[in-house]
Design a protein. Structure first.
Length: 314
């Protein structure tokens, strides 16, 4: 009766990895229970998610057609577009969030084409993701979530969408994305670890040039304010649990829809401890989800979404 917060299935966003040119879905070693879907298993996975009562998914591509610029994601017949179309065809009522970034499609794994200093060329990246956003919208994506942390990213995408007949498509900005050690398993899952092949320049070995320092909190508010000025409709904080103070600060300051990404490393830690019998997975994940709600999250991207949906049914 006096409980202050509630968790419902409406809070859950299920991430899905989709690998091209494979016949069957394959398990991801560092994310027990999570798979790389094949393009043929995607439809049934999306239907299962919808049947479990989850309304929103976010898609990540595992590309076999990478280059220095990520150009495969600019084609209507490339994986990026195909997986959005397939998900929408399988379940037209499910909301599809498209991850707008190039790191899943670049051979070097950075979030944009590299400049001479070995970090992504900010402005070149903006012009490419402006095109990628149109492809996502044409493919049927309901929400676009730019994750590359480039300066001027939201403004560039908003302008591109508004001048191409997609003024109604909302932008969920990864406004506050820390250069975190918790992303390791994701990079294995999405096949976008840094430093693959084909590099002409000496590459920066991390993403610290464009992601945030975990020591900074005020900077998070500045980043979020800039994105809102540029037209962001929703804000994301990533990772989740170590940054609940940031979620709360962003929500309190701006009162905008605020989302959290319970990232791969957080999921992997919990799963590993549970496998050893050191933590009760079900009790712990439900507590963690509630903590996101208490901090002010309007939604949570989590690899545990299906598990949580089933636990909510119990
Ligand atoms: Zn990226």
């Amino acid at each position: 009766m006096v409980r202050e917060n509630t968790l419902t299935k409406n809070d859950l966003i299920q991430p899905i990895f989709v690998e091209e040119e494979t016949k069957e879905r394959s398990p991801i070693g560092s994310l027990p229970g999570v798979f790389r879907e094949s393009e043929s298993s995607l439809a049934s996975r999306v239907k299962d998610i919808q049947q479990a009562g989850i309304n929103t998914i976010i898609l990540f591509g595992v590309s076999h057609h990478k280059d220095a610029q990520g150009t495969d994601s600019l084609k209507m017949n490339g994986l990026f577009s195909r997986m959005i179309q397939k998900a929408k065809n399988a379940a037209p009522d499910i909301q599809v969030i498209a991850d707008i970034c190039l790191c899943e499609y670049t051979d070097h794994g950075h979030c944009g084409p590299l400049a001479h200093d070995g970090a992504p060329d900010n402005d070149k990246t903006l012009s490419i993701i402006a095109e990628q956003a149109i492809i996502a919208a044409r493919s049927g994506a309901d929400i676009l979530a730019p994750s590359g942390m480039m300066d001027g990213m939201i403004g560039a995408l908003r302008h591109s969408l508004d001048t191409s007949g997609y003024a109604d498509i909302p932008l969920l900005s990864y406004a506050v994305k820390y250069a975190s050690s918790h992303y390791g398993p994701f990079r294995e899952a999405a096949g976008c670890s840094l430093g693959h092949d084909g590099n002409q320049v000496t590459m920066q070995s991390d993403r610290k040039a464009y992601q945030m320092d975990p020591a900074n909190a005020r900077e998070a508010l500045r980043e979020a304010a800039l994105d809102l000025q540029e037209g962001a409709d929703m804000l994301m904080v990533k990772p989740g649990l170590p940054y609940l103070d940031i979620i709360k600060a962003v929500k309190d300051e701006f009162q905008m829809p605020t989302f959290a990404y319970h990232v791969s490393g957080e999921y992997a830690m919990l799963k590993a401890a549970a496998e050893k019998g050191w933590l009760d997975y079900e009790a712990t994940i439900m507590e963690q989800m509630m903590c996101f709600k208490r901090a002010g999250s309007d939604g949570i991207i989590t690899y545990s979404a299906m598990d949580v949906a089933q636990l909510l049914d119990k």
